[in-house]
Write a protein that binds this ligand. Sequence first.
Ligand SMILES: Nc1ncnc2c1ncn2[C@@H]1O[C@H](COP(=O)(O)OP(=O)(O)OP(=O)(O)O)[C@@H](O)[C@H]1O
Ligand SMILES: [Mg+2]
Length: 390
Amino acid sequence: MGNFCGGSAKLANASSPYASKNPLSSINNFSSSKSTTTYDSSFKSKPSTTASLQSFSLSDFETAAESFNKGDASTTVSLKSFSLNDLKTATKNFSSNSYLGEGGFGCVFKGWIDELTYAPTRPGVGIIVAIKKLKRESFQGHKEWLAEITYLSQLRHENLVKLIGYCSESNNKLLVYEYMQKGSLENHLFKRGVQPIPWSVRVKVAIDVARGLSFLHGLETQIIFRDLKASNVLLDSDFNARLSDFGLARNGPTGDKSHVSTRVVGTRGYAAPEYIATGHLSLKSDIYSLGVVLLELLSGKRALDEDNGSREKILVDWAKPFLNDKRKMLRVMDTRLEGQYSKKEAQTIAALALQCLHADPRIRPNMTHILPALEQLRAPKDTPRMYSRA
Ligand SMILES: Nc1ncnc2c1ncn2[C@@H]1O[C@H](COP(=O)(O)OP(=O)(O)OP(=O)(O)O)[C@@H](O)[C@H]1O
Ligand SMILES: [Mg+2]
């Protein structure tokens, strides 16, 4: 079985975030045909003035990464440095049988490694991992690879995906993660032929996502996730949700600043309007994206629907007028739920989504407000309930 990823093998759920030559056109004249398109723009001509991961060089990182492996860095999680050969063996040379999916970074493959030594094994032996392979020589891609390792080597939380290791051999950059059996939330909400996820699971996913985001926003050095979307929410065998993809994450503003100024990167349909317009990134940019994901959970509709013929549909634009009316709000609900949901819970989530989607970022709530409001839907203990028809 030959090497599967790259070139024409792309199944195209996202165009490369690194491809844009003309930044403004990538923002204003979105031409890619999929809703998960990640855009990348030097919208602001001024480079970022805040200290960030972008100022790290790869060699700096590689030295740091080596020290993780030697156990020198007490605050960091030990990551395994894999050789390319290890990962070829683990994936049967990145064969089509091992292929899991593709995003802007590259293709993702399923591999097998020994649970204790992390040595590659054969299929069926040891544990499964997901291996992401950077698609091609790309400076931006390398930066994302670096950011992913830098953040995930320092963060552990049950609602963040676990990074097990990485590979950096000449231009080959790969990332090795715990395998999330049920794949992405995107696949479960929107993929044709996939059983729709029931209401109770949707509420649980909303809470898990909010827990992951609360953790990031609550850190001493706050982290802006920047690319919250259904495809970056991964689900384990019990539908526990974890945030994945820290390649675009940034440290939040310090002191009394409300934002950091950055190049505009992110995903259409999910990115906050003020961030697209000004490059001002804040914790409230994540809150907007959370509002979009909540809407997707309610409606079963994509943030950006480009598959329905001539005109793309922006979920927020369509749904917002319904959200501030308790009865009208029910029109937004996913018909595939066939009415099997709690109206009250749906209304609570819709009201929260509306707040998150406020045009003025200052008015959007913080995670300290959103998380308890969602958790209270399952407090004190989740008791089985009958759902009435909407
Ligand atoms: N840890 C994992 N376990 C299981 N499947 C995974 C894992 N990581 C990724 N995948 C699968 O690979 C697909 C591609 O993931 P990837 O993160 O590369 O792209 P994306 O999130 O779809 O797009 P983007 O690059 O714009 O973030 C996912 O949709 C998912 O199905
Ligand atoms: Mg992703």
